[in-house]
Design a protein around this ligand. Structure first.
Ligand code: ZN
Ligand code: ZN
Ligand code: ZN
Ligand code: ZN
Length: 347
């Protein structure tokens, strides 16, 4: 992702169908779905590190954003990854079943050429065979099929693959595991462009918004008038925040991410705003974390999750990362995600 210049603050990301080979890790892609295109090849996360904090199942790759920090040599290459639990029950309001990881490398490193790759001649590499990845989800695979060379991160994924077709293809020469199942999300490239949005327009409209007359709500005599006024105020403020969110998104309705390292997230609601004290410091170096990017609800449309009540859902996913983008610790460092849901004020 290109670093935004001074005047352009937010960079937007959009999904695009592209040849699979262009999403190989050697092109440092930003992408959605499929298997992760790991950056560091050392210490690739295993199923333990990708465990859902709620139910313990292996989280599945959702999105990765290639976002070097130009001022830091240690971040010449840098990618943020989000993994999500696919169990619908882990996605009720107030729970966040995600794992966020950060990986970074200097320009001179043991895995990639110093010079940029030749984008005109993409080569498809059998990634799974190169570094021993799970045939199902693409994370580090500690287990092997007892009868052939296909590898899995967990018993859970070995079972999934057996049912998905490995039962028939096991031992067949050249078989790399079935892997083709409903576990992975549809794969897209994530392409970016600066947000072209006139802040002044918004402010002008903002004043008119404030002057709008509030809808009158029916008053229940049983309740304290003051309480009701407070509730109505909170509700209308929340509606206003949601309207602001929608308006800004509708300017570029297909955006699936908003990137602004060190900037401010666009909140979908005034409820459950991430307070400073609720964002834990970096687990490696202890520095405070800052906003880096957010995922909009538009991404859900591309994921093929069903839109019924009981499925993966979010208002917006806000990712906070170490302000220093420190180098200490393991090659894949945990970062922090805050999920904001749309508050239902119609009740
Ligand atoms: Zn879960
Ligand atoms: Zn797996
Ligand atoms: Zn086998
Ligand atoms: Zn840190």
């Amino acid at each position: 992702m290109a670093a935004p210049t001074e005047s352009i603050k937010v960079t937007l990301g959009f999904v695009e169908k592209v040849e699979k080979c262009r999403l190989s890790r050697k092109y440092f892609p930003s992408k959605v779905g499929g298997k992760p295109a790991w950056l560091s090849i050392k210490d690739i996360p295993n199923s333990d590190r990708l465990k859902c904090p709620k139910c313990g199942k292996v989280c599945i790759f959702l999105i990765q954003v290639y976002c070097p920090v130009v001022t830091l040599e240690r971040c010449f290459h840098r990618t943020l990854f989000i993994f999500v639990c696919k169990a619908p029950s882990c996605h009720s309001q107030d729970t966040a079943a995600f794992v966020v990881l950060r990986s970074q490398l200097p320009r001179a490193n043991e895995f990639y050429d110093y010079e940029p790759p030749d984008e005109d001649n993409p080569v498809d590499e059998a990634e799974g065979l190169v570094v021993g990845l799970c045939a199902v989800c693409g994370c580090h695979a500690g287990n092997k099929c007892s009868k052939c060379q296909v590898r899995y991160c967990s018993r859970e994924h070995q079972k999934v693959d057996w049912k998905a077709g490995h039962k028939a293809s096991c031992g067949v020469k050249g078989s790399t595991g079935n892997g083709d199942n409903n576990i992975l999300f549809p794969e897209f490239e994530l392409v970016t462009e600066p947000e072209d949005y006139d802040q002044l327009d918004e402010e002008e409209n903002g004043t008119t918004e404030h002057q709008e007359t509030k809808e009158t709500t029916e008053v229940d005599d049983e309740l304290d008038v003051e309480e009701l006024e407070k509730m109505a105020m909170a509700e209308s403020q929340d509606d206003r925040q949601f309207a602001k969110f929608k308006k800004r998104i509708q300017h570029e309705p297909d955006q699936v991410i908003r990137y602004e390292r060190g900037g401010q997230p666009l909140l979908i609601s005034r409820e459950k705003r991430p307070q400073k004290s609720q964002i834990p410091p970096c687990g490696n170096c202890g520095s405070v974390r800052q906003f880096e990017f957010q995922v909009t609800p538009q991404l859900l449309i591309h994921l093929g999750v069903d839109s019924l009540e009981n499925s993966i859902d979010w208002g917006t996913l806000i990712v906070y990362t170490c302000t220093k983008s420190c180098d200490e610790g393991a090659p894949y460092k945990p970062e922090f995600l805050w999920k904001q849901d749309i508050v239902d004020t119609s009740m």
